[in-house]
Design a protein around this ligand. Structure first.
Ligand code: BG6
Length: 521
């Protein structure tokens, strides 16, 4: 048996018997390591990364053998960085004064220009100096949380400075989204990244994969006997995947004006949730095998006919309105947004997966900002019964069975079915079997960033997107984006919708012409 077989899905081969690798759970211990965060003065570091690391520190998941080196252009010293991070933790509600001192002494900062080769030599010296006292064993994570315009520069200079190499420990590169803005730019970024790092060293983040309820899609499907036999074209009428946000563009207009909802949500989060909901089971829960199956779904996405784009795509942009009793401005009134911007903040799209399981089953994807309710879910609507023997008795149509996987903010699984209404008449009513994800669980729960950071320190890549995963979803979306942006003949209009609504009225027409309707709460 070749040696490298041991690094595949099977760890050890004994007398011809393979032992499946045990995938680490929450309580697996990450390796000691140093984490260099590029973009340390930015929003992501303040809002997500430091709160996640602090929580892992509080929970003893990362311990003494760990430190952070923040790198950014803003002039600051170590203490300035610590003060800024203390404020960030207080703002996030994660602050714990008893643990703060122990964490703060693991925070360091270097002000640097990302283009300056000398800065990388300074980082290298700093790491060498601190690695022994902190006992991090030479394990290094470089986390790129900067604006995307400098991703290629940082990856290239990490390579040319020798920092990408592995000596006494491992070296990993974490890249945030957006990973490119179309097929060509994603390829360019890949070649810059992969000229310095090898693919196994690269961790492309999609924080939706770190959400417990998103991971649970696989457990629900493949650890139970009762769902999977129904999970196909014979029993499923259609699937709806919704990610609705109440937030607007916030202070990210500079980025969002270049992105819009298709790049911001569909290329990554929506595609990955779709892939989990539709994929085939691999033979073992191994990172590469799971990622193979996710990629196969993206590969099987039917290329939709651009000339009929209005038949399968509806775009929208929020106008002013009211959310939770507060008046909010329209997208075009937000700071940094062009007064005549046509950037969509809402999209609904019908896609098909051309394979044996899903042939002919429409999958409706919908995401938007400033909608009436924050809600992410996958809802699987089953076909109606072939013949309704109660038809004459109840005199009205009964709805189909629906399985709803609620991702956030509620974390539940609900199954809608019909039952008899109590009483002497034959009357049916819709009822729910309802499971709340945290029912019966008292242990620690990890948020999406806490989970993906832990997995990166462990070296488990299941929840990260592989090179082909990124490029397949760009290959699907890029022709659509180009068609819209070149304003191709009949390109969809961007319909205004009131903040606080369910989206544009056209989105309802869009699905109702298929004889279906959105599941709205
Ligand atoms: C990010 C998008 O990736 O995901 C944001 O850039 C969006 O625009 C966010 O608001 C949604 O994430 P979550 O975890 O809040 O649903």
């Amino acid at each position: 048996m070749p040696d490298n077989f041991q690094s595949g899905p099977f760890q050890r081969i004994k007398a011809g018997k393979a032992e499946p690798r045990k995938t680490p759970c929450v309580d697996a211990s990450p390796d000691p390591c140093a984490m260099v965060i590029f973009g340390a003065s930015g929003d992501l570091t303040r809002r997500k990364l430091i709160p996640a690391l602090f929580k892992l520190f509080l929970a003893d998941i990362i311990g003494e053998e760990f430190f952070v080196l923040g790198v950014a252009r803003t002039e600051m010293d170590h203490d300035g960085f610590r003060i800024a991070m203390e404020e960030a933790l207080k703002a996030s509600g994660e602050f714990d004064s008893a643990a703060w001192e122990g964490f703060a002494k693991r925070l360091f900062y270097i002000a640097a220009d990302y283009n300056d080769e000398g800065a990388y030599a300074t980082i290298a010296r700093f790491l060498e100096e601190k690695e022994v006292p902190f006992g991090t064993g030479g394990n290094r994570i470089f986390y790129v949380a900067t604006p995307p315009s400098v991703y290629e520069t940082i990856a290239g200079l990490l390579g040319s400075s020798g920092l990408a190499g592995e000596r006494s420990g491992w070296t990993r590169l974490v890249v945030e989204k957006p990973y490119g803005r179309d097929t060509a730019s994603a390829r360019r970024l890949d070649s810059a990244v992969l000229s310095s790092f090898s693919e196994p060293q690269v961790y492309r983040i999609d924080h939706y994969l770190g959400k417990e309820t998103v991971q649970n899609i696989l457990m629900l499907r493949f650890a139970n006997t009762i769902f999977e036999p129904l999970w196909n074209r014979h029993y499923i009428d259609h699937v709806q995947i919704t990610v609705a946000e109440t937030l607007g563009v916030e202070r990210r207009a500079g980025y969002y004006e270049q992105a819009g909802v298709l790049r911001d949500m569909f290329q990554n989060h929506m595609s990955q949730v779709l892939a989990l909901a539709a994929m085939e089971p691999p033979s073992v829960y191994d990172p590469e095998l799971v990622r193979d199956e996710r990629s196969k779904v993206l590969l099987a996405l039917r290329r939709p006919p651009l000339e009929d784009i209005n038949d399968w795509l509806c775009l929208g942009q929020y106008a002013g309105g009211e959310i939770d009793g507060k008046t909010v401005p329209g997208y075009r009134e937000e700071e940094g947004v062009a007064k005549e911007s046509l950037v969509p903040t809402f999209a609904a799209m019908r896609v098909y997966i051309d394979n044996w399981r899903w042939q002919g089953v429409p999958i409706y994807l919908r995401s938007g900002k400033r909608l009436g309710k924050r809600l992410s879910e996958v809802s699987v609507q089953f076909r109606s019964v072939p013949h309704l023997m109660f038809r004459d008795t109840i005199g009205e149509e009964i709805g189909p069975n629906t399985l709803i996987l609620k991702i956030q903010p509620e974390e539940r699984i609900q199954l809608k079915f019909h039952t008899k209404s109590p009483g002497s008449r034959v009357c049916l009513r819709d009822v729910f079997m309802d499971f709340s994800y945290l029912d019966g669980y008292k242990g620690l729960t990890l948020g999406a960033y806490e989970r993906v950071l832990t997995d990166c320190m462990i070296g488990d890549k299941t929840l990260f997107v592989r090179k082909d995963g990124v490029s397949l979803s760009w290959e699907f979306l890029t022709p659509i984006l180009e068609y819209i942006e070149k304003n191709g003949k009949g390109a969809p209009e961007v319909n205004l919708y009131k903040a606080g609504s369910h989206g544009p009225a056209e989105a309802d027409r869009f699905i109702s012409k298929d004889g279906r309707h959105w599941r709205n709460e």
